[in-house]
Design a protein around this ligand. Structure first.
Ligand SMILES: [Zn+2]
Length: 445
């Protein structure tokens, strides 16, 4: 099996690629438009420098060779989401070529504009041009993937890299689209167009692999993906790129990139995920698994680095993975939803110090973590009760109220002791030191 991807990434520049309309803001249809992104006669595009910078950052981080001269072309086709009847893209000479990432060869990276969005209501179709002119880069890989899973893993790592570069915002996966091509040995290549999100890309490839196993593709074909039914369907026999009749975009100048600019952009590239993982292992002495999980999200990685100034790195890593991520998942939240400021980081340090000294128990840690997630800080911390006289009072009450359980324990049932410890924890409103409670109960019975 051979799989290749053409990945469309929406860059997070402030304005669109060829006009000054905002990329974010009102979602009321057709409010972020102008004569340029509506393709009105006589309007002329001008190229957004921020888009170029972000695209170059990606190309350099993926180890591509940059074409110091490149240009835009018009890809001609008629469709209602494309009022000019052509899309401005790069074809003959892309921005960058021949890169490599996670063992997969990158054939090319080029920049282009997104068309508008068609919205279907039964037999009626509406068009929203807010998306028209949104800045895209297309990353084209060689057909180097051998399984759908490999493709998904690659995309996951690519997204993390794009976030580190601050060129992309991971929302609900909907801003990442891909055309996926797949062929089985001896068969022709089938391309599946416009699949949205990582999970869908993997699913459609799995379906298509099974379909071709039963019936090998005998001609080149373009197919669509019906996510609801979980099937691909034929769109057309594959058109070739020549069918679009590309013309040079004469309203935009040739792109000429100076060494000074490229060097400037190289300097802007921060520490990337793989380097971070290495650092976490070498400098912070984390195990590989912890390092990979924490580095897989820039916000989490930064939080870890901040906390590690205040407490042992392994304790910090353990806390983030087990407690914080666990609570986030339980509450169906993500790391990006956290709003932990400087104060919150300080609080985490204090809390973990107390935990390490056994002054707060797991229950208290959990309660404080929930508060941290909700409020971004922890505030006052009540330590657990380790005072013998108070603990003895609770233990006495537990023994008196559970005589049959005590008898069970005396007969050798260890579980009965756990029940009694739990009873004391309830009496203490979860504030008792559970190890001490256990010791005292043993002494008293
Ligand atoms: Zn516009």
């Amino acid at each position: 099996m051979k799989i290749g991807l053409e990945i469309h990434v929406e860059l997070n520049s402030k304005s669109k690629i060829f006009c000054s309309c905002a990329t974010q803001g009102s979602n009321v249809p057709n409010t972020r438009t102008c004569e340029i992104c509506l393709g009105m006669p006589g309007s002329k595009p001008s190229f957004n420098r921020e888009v170029l910078h972000k695209a170059l950052k990606v190309a350099l981080a993926l180890g591509c060779k940059i074409n110091k001269e490149s240009f835009f072309s018009r890809k001609n086709y008629f469709y209602p989401d494309m009022t000019k009847n052509f899309q401005i893209t790069q074809y003959e000479l892309p921005l960058a070529e021949n890169g490599k990432f996670e063992g997969i060869n990158i054939r090319r990276i080029h920049m282009e504009e997104d068309p508008g969005a068609l919205i279907h209501f039964g037999s009626i179709t509406l068009i929203d041009y807010n998306r028209s002119g949104m800045p895209l880069i297309e990353i084209v890989t060689e057909p180097d993937f051998k399984t759908p899973k490999e493709a998904r893993t690659f995309l996951n790592k690519l997204i993390t890299l794009l976030e580190y570069l601050n060129v992309y915002v991971r929302e609900e996966e909907t801003t990442l689209k891909a055309d996926a091509n797949i062929s089985l040995e001896g068969g022709e290549r089938v391309e599946i167009k416009n699949v949205t999100g990582l999970r869908e890309i993997e699913r459609c490839l799995e379906y298509e692999a099974k379909r071709q196993e039963i019936e090998l593709a005998t001609f080149k074909e373009t197919r669509g993906w019906d996510a609801e039914k979980g099937v691909t369907y034929s769109l057309r026999k594959k058109e070739s790129e020549n069918d679009y009749g590309y013309l040079t975009e004469c309203d935009l100048p040739m792109l000429e990139l100076s060494d000074t600019l490229l060097n400037e952009i190289k300097k802007e590239i921060p520490e990337l995920p793989n380097q971070k993982i290495k650092n976490f292992i070498d400098k912070y002495k984390l195990n590989k698994d912890d390092a990979e999980v924490i580095a897989s999200d820039l916000k989490l990685a930064e939080l870890f680095e901040q906390i590690s100034h205040k407490i042992d790195a392994k304790i910090a890593a353990n806390y983030l993975r087990r407690d914080l991520l666990g609570q986030l998942e339980y509450n169906k939240l993500q790391v990006k939803d956290l709003k932990i400021g400087e104060h919150g980081v300080k609080d985490i340090g204090v809390m973990l110090n107390l935990y390490q000294k056994n002054k707060i128990n797991n229950n208290i840690l959990k309660t404080l973590t929930i508060r941290l997630i909700k409020e971004g800080k922890i505030g006052e911390i009540k330590e657990q009760v380790s005072d013998d006289s108070q603990l003895k009072k609770w233990c006495k009450e537990a023994i008196e109220n559970n005589k049959s359980v005590v008898e069970d324990y005396k007969k050798g049932n260890e579980n009965s002791l756990n029940f009694l410890v739990g009873y004391v924890m309830k009496l203490s409103n979860k504030s008792a030191n559970p190890q001490k409670v256990r010791e005292i109960l043993k002494e008293m019975i």
